[in-house]
Design a protein around this ligand. Structure first.
Ligand SMILES: Cc1cc2nc3c(=O)[nH]c(=O)nc-3n(C[C@H](O)[C@H](O)[C@H](O)COP(=O)(O)OP(=O)(O)OC[C@H]3O[C@@H](n4cnc5c(N)ncnc54)[C@H](O)[C@@H]3O)c2cc1C
Length: 498
């Protein structure tokens, strides 16, 4: 008689199946038990046991509950959305999905570029109600997995603390941390995942575990960069935070036709800059393409000015627009939240926060820049096309590079920058935008290398597993197969399919 999936999961147990990374079901791939007929999910039983709620198709609120950040995925119709309020709800959801062989995905901020937190006909484990930030007297903070960055920054600021994290206000701490977590403080304070002390996780066998350097160290290693959706569902994170510094933010606009000199100068300049300075260079498509340089400095405007004065020395081009302002860490995070929505135009502080939390509609991908581009003119040529696509070069280096490549699962420890390729697109222009983004990403790959950032996950990226995880792929696959031998958390670019 075929073993049930649930019995199989228990029998296999964590640690029972250490397998090598394979592409496809080759030797070393854990064989699944023969497919046994399985009953559909027992929704009534699940509903009766939840402290949170279950929203099914036809229920009031289903059409709102199924939506994620990117409107391009509004057509997805999950089989159900479990609104969890405590870890036990997550355990129940995992148990039901595993038993019924139902695709399952956690959703925290819902910003997956590929919509992987909203599986069509799968179960969404919505953690939005498991949000909250508790800053302890020793400066460590316990953060609920459903917390969004804007709420995290606000709570930390009230305690005079900060955490290096991303710029978009509605990104979830969970997806961000699990893929690494890049932000404007990264060069000084590291990635978000570098500040992680421990995480509580529901693994594929529906067990709630704590992962840290002392407990489940392999799982803890993999959670720091192994990508959201793999390994289990995190219910809360414990971070070390820093005293919140005052910051000086800036934005410099350059004349049309200067992309080659500005990008060329920027990449030399950012490499020579102190860790306190973070910057990005946004190249926007056009005929000719245009660019701007933005960023922030952990210090005063006065101390930043001479550093900004160095940029024209590298680029030979002076900015035609300049915005420079000192502000508190919390205000700076709000400023960058606006910038993240206005990548094409020059970023200014705006008094009206309307639209800050609005959803978007876009196609995007990424490359990781191993070193400076020898001929930045080729980037200008690549973006010499109709407006509508941006390449955002975000400086890395500093503290990120001082962590060994194999110390956490995040592999891009020697990189100098990431490049995000982004095109706003509605449903009617989705295919065209995807083609443009793929062309620019491929062209950039020829210049910077084929690494990519898993948090800018791209369902169309060739050789995605190697691109996201580089030399850490083998160990990651081994850990993923050990904790999820039956692929309960499987998704198209999940580690159990790598
Ligand atoms: C507008 C915008 C701005 C961004 N800015 C930045 C930035 O500044 N820096 C940066 O590094 N990244 C940035 N990102 C990328 C972002 O980090 C990723 O999209 C991230 O995966 C989003 O996490 P989420 O929780 O919001 O998304 P979700 O869609 O909820 O989750 C993303 C993935 O993680 C899984 N997941 C979610 N919650 C959990 C959990 N609790 N346990 C396990 N798996 C989980 C999901 O199933 C999915 O596969 C940005 C994205 C957008 C759309």
């Amino acid at each position: 008689m075929a073993m049930s999936r649930r019995a199989f999961l228990h029998a296999a147990g964590v640690g029972a199946a250490a397998v090598a990374c394979t592409h496809g079901a080759g030797p070393g791939h854990l064989a699944l038990p023969p497919a046994a007929p399985v009953a559909g999910p027992d929704w009534s039983r699940l509903r009766s046991r939840l402290s949170g709620s279950l929203v099914l198709p036809g229920d009031a609120g289903y059409d709102a509950a199924r939506l994620s950040f990117n409107r391009l995925f509004d057509g997805r119709r999950p089989a159900g959305v479990v609104r969890c309020v405590r870890p036990e709800d997550v355990q129940l959801a995992v148990e039901v999905a595993a038993t019924a062989r139902l695709p399952i995905a956690a959703r925290s901020g819902g910003h997956s570029f590929a919509g992987y937190s909203t599986p069509d006909q799968g179960l969404v484990v919505d953690l939005a109600k498991m949000a909250g930030v508790d800053v302890r007297p020793d400066g460590t903070a316990v953060v609920g997995a459903g917390t969004r960055l804007i709420d995290l920054y606000t709570a930390l600021a009230a305690a005079g603390r900060c955490l290096p994290a991303g710029t978009c206000p509605t990104v979830g701490i969970a997806g961000l941390t699990l893929g690494g977590g890049l932000g404007v403080l990264s060069r000084k304070l590291g990635l978000t995942c570098d500040r992680l002390l421990s995480a509580t996780v529901v693994t594929a066998d529906a067990t709630l575990r704590t992962a840290s350097t002392a407990a489940e160290p392999d799982l803890f290693w993999a959670l720091r960069g192994g990508g959201g959706g793999n390994l289990g569902i995190v219910t809360s994170f414990e971070f070390s935070t820093e005293l919140a510094p005052d910051l000086a933010v800036f934005s410099l606009g350059f004349p049309g036709g200067s992309v080659t000199s500005v990008l060329g100068g920027w990449q030399e300049w950012i490499q020579a800059a102190p860790d306190e300075l973070w910057s990005n260079c946004t190249v926007s498509a056009g005929r000719p393409p245009t660019c701007r340089v933005g960023g922030c400095f952990m210090g005063s405007v006065l101390a930043l000015q001479p550093l900004l004065g160095e940029l024209p020395r590298f680029s030979g081009t002076r900015p035609v627009r300049r915005f420079l302002q000192g502000m508190s860490c919390a205000d700076a995070m709000r400023y960058f939240a606006h910038c993240s929505r206005r990548s094409v135009s020059q970023c200014h502080l705006e008094s009206d926060p309307g639209g800050l939390l609005a959803r978007e509609s876009f196609v995007a991908s990424s490359r990781v820049m191993a070193g400076p581009i020898a001929d930045p003119g080729r980037v200008a040529s690549l973006l010499d096309r109709p407006a509508g696509v941006d390449a955002l070069f975000d400086g890395l280096g500093g503290a990120v590079n001082r962590v060994a490549v194999d110390a956490t699962a995040f592999p891009h420890r020697t990189a100098m920058a990431t490049v995000q390729v982004y095109a706003a697109a509605d449903e009617a222009h989705r295919q065209h935008a995807a083609q443009v983004v793929a062309e620019v990403t491929t062209g950039l790959g020829e210049l910077v290398g084929t690494g990519a950032y898993v948090n800018y996950i791209d369902p169309g990226l060739p050789d995605w597993a190697r691109a996201y995880y580089g030399p850490n792929l083998g160990r990651l696959c081994e850990v993923a197969h050990r904790y999820d031998p039956d692929g309960v958390f499987s998704f198209p670019q999940g580690l159990t399919r790598a």
